[in-house]
Design a protein around this ligand. Structure first.
Ligand code: HEM
Length: 508
């Protein structure tokens, strides 16, 4: 994203903000212990294209700092003690807040991702229960395996044995949407195969709306545009309508099926069906809008995050062939175990049992190392609800935006040692090669505390299955040797373009 302001405007606005800040300090007299000022929001706008690296540079200088804005302080921290305090110890004092809710309302509604307080507590309770069931675990494993097999088939066909470039970023985006949508709604979108027109329209609207909603964070006039139904807001409205039409049609069809044969329906395993069955036990506990919101929130929560992580994972493996080979060896030993015997995709995916997946400790470490350096949510903001003091002694005020920073945290030497910038899966393994987790307040890719990612176990399972299938069958190289990819400044750490690779079959 280009910086929307010119250099002289930046200097003028920065000086103005600084003058306002100094005047307020002089008026208020006694200086309070606020975090040091590292810059203003104008500096952030100037560095928008490389925002998370800019934040990392500032974090090397100050573990906690603030950026001035005309309305509130933006406080940023990489200090695990502060992170624990915000996300757990004083959890109720930090939340999504009203502004965040309003910006995301049209897309996320009142889904778990977008609410605080009782609304959040209720959904978290219901969803935690569903996510812990064996039914959903087994169903989702089946969906991940089938989708991974389909993906591998497409890579084989479109890659032509390494002769043609394959855009793995695009394929991961399509395959993760297919699988999460199937788990959420019990319906195939056909995004990978392109078999459904409505599915394709939904997928397009979904991608568009995710981008359009982001513009609101940078557009002070979005509410006016929304009322007038013009420009980005008119487009947003169209996308949301397409999404809603599709989702409500699925809900209506399910309700019809439930009415026809409840006994048969009870066997359905997707999230929406499980919620509909809950509603049968307690009619009125949630309406169709609630069902739309909660189910769609899972799709949103689980799609870009998993697709992005898989893309960065493959990217680092292309740049670290010895690590890629080591994972491929581990996958083979945990599954077919017998050298170069050719095994078809279907036979291979059936070897991906829970035991086999769990035994892939090096793969688990490599995915975690990817998330340390390329966390799917690179910086995560909370609204402070009342004046407070952080464990490092700095004060924050009601209304401040307090942000913990997974991307900068993953690159701090004081947290990970001198080789913090290096991709080294071994740092996660003990002497016996067993994965050892870190404190979630230091490795913050999945957030931590009561709102820790609900789909963490799901995400690892999906990514391990996809990675195992692909690395068992292919060796990947960057299509253009030595080429690099960057990121786009979004809510998630998305690649800024295609990930063109060469997929060379490992076996005949
Ligand atoms: C690599 C993959 C993933 C990463 C890195 C990740 C990371 C995160 C993070 C950082 C949050 C906190 C966001 C916030 O509230 O500010 C979160 C929340 C959440 N995640 Fe994930 N996620 C991943 C995959 C998934 C998947 C696959 C699902 C669902 C199947 C999922 C479901 C959720 C839900 C429901 C929440 C909201 C929890 C709450 O507010 O109580 N996530 N995730």
């Amino acid at each position: 994203m280009d910086s929307p302001v010119s250099q002289p405007t930046v200097v003028a606005l920065s000086l103005l903000l600084l003058a306002l800040y100094l005047a307020r300090r002089a008026l208020l007299g006694k200086r309070r212990n606020y975090p040091p000022v590292a810059g203003t929001m104008i500096h952030q706008l100037l560095n928008l294209r490389r925002l998370v690296d800019y934040q990392t540079e500032l974090s090397h200088r100050y573990r906690t700092f603030r950026m001035l804005t005309p309305t509130c302080n933006k406080v940023y921290t990489v200090d695990p003690a502060n992170v624990e305090y915000i996300l757990r110890t004083n959890f109720s004092n930090y939340g999504k807040g009203r502004t965040h809710h309003d910006v995301l309302q049209d897309l996320l509604g009142d889904g778990i991702f977008n609410v605080d307080g009782d609304k959040w507590r209720h959904q978290r309770k219901v969803a935690s229960f569903e996510f812990s069931t064996r039914v959903l675990r087994e169903y989702s494993t089946g969906v991940f395996r089938d989708t991974a097999a389909e993906l591998a088939g497409i890579v084989a066909a479109s890659g032509g044995g390494g002769e043609r470039a394959v855009d793995m970023h695009d394929l991961f985006m399509r395959s993760t949407l297919d699988s999460i949508f199937k788990i959420g709604f019990g319906v195939s979108l056909g995004g990978l195969s392109g078999s459904s027109q409505e599915g394709a329209a939904f997928a397009r609207a979904f991608d568009d709306a995710s981008e359009q909603v982001l513009c609101r964070f940078f557009d002070l006039l979005w509410k006016v545009k929304r009322v007038l139904n013009v420009s980005s807001e008119a487009a947003m409205k169209r996308s949301v309508r397409t999404i809603n039409d599709f989702v409500y049609a699925v809900i209506d069809k399910k309700i019809e099926q439930l009415g026809r044969d409840q006994h048969e329906f009870a066997k359905k395993e997707d999230i929406l069906s499980r919620f509909l069955l809950e509603r049968e036990k307690d009619p009125g506990c949630f309406d169709n809008k609630y069902l739309r919101d909660i189910t769609l929130n899972f799709v949103i929560a689980g799609r870009d995050t998993s697709a992005g992580t898989l893309s960065w994972f493959l990217y680092v493996l292309c740049r670290n062939q010895h690590i890629q080979d080591k994972i491929a060896r581990e996958v083979r030993e945990a599954t077919t175990g017998d050298g170069d015997r050719a095994v078809g995709i279907q036979e291979f995916t059936s070897c991906l049992t829970e035991g086999a997946i769990n035994s892939m400790q090096y793969l688990h470490a490599a995915l975690t190392e990817t998330l340390r350096l390329y966390p799917a949510v690179p910086i995560d903001v909370k609204r402070c609800f009342s004046d407070d003091t952080l464990p490092d002694g700095y004060e924050v005020k009601k209304g401040d935006m307090v942000t913990y920073q997974p991307y900068p945290m993953g690159r701090m030497k004081f947290l990970w040692g001198d080789d913090a910038e290096e991709f080294r899966p071994e740092r996660w393994l003990d002497d016996h090669g067993v994965f050892v987790p870190e404190s979630p307040f230091k490795f913050t890719a999945f957030q931590a505390g009561p709102r820790i990612c609900l789909g963490k176990e799901f995400a690892y399972r999906q990514m391990k299955i996809f990675a195992a299938v692909l690395l068992y069958l292919f060796r990947f190289e960057m299509w253009e040797r030595g080429s690099t990819v960057g990121y786009r400044t979004m809510l998630t750490l998305k690649m800024d373009g295609p990930l063109y690779v060469r997929a060379i079959p490992r076996r005949a």
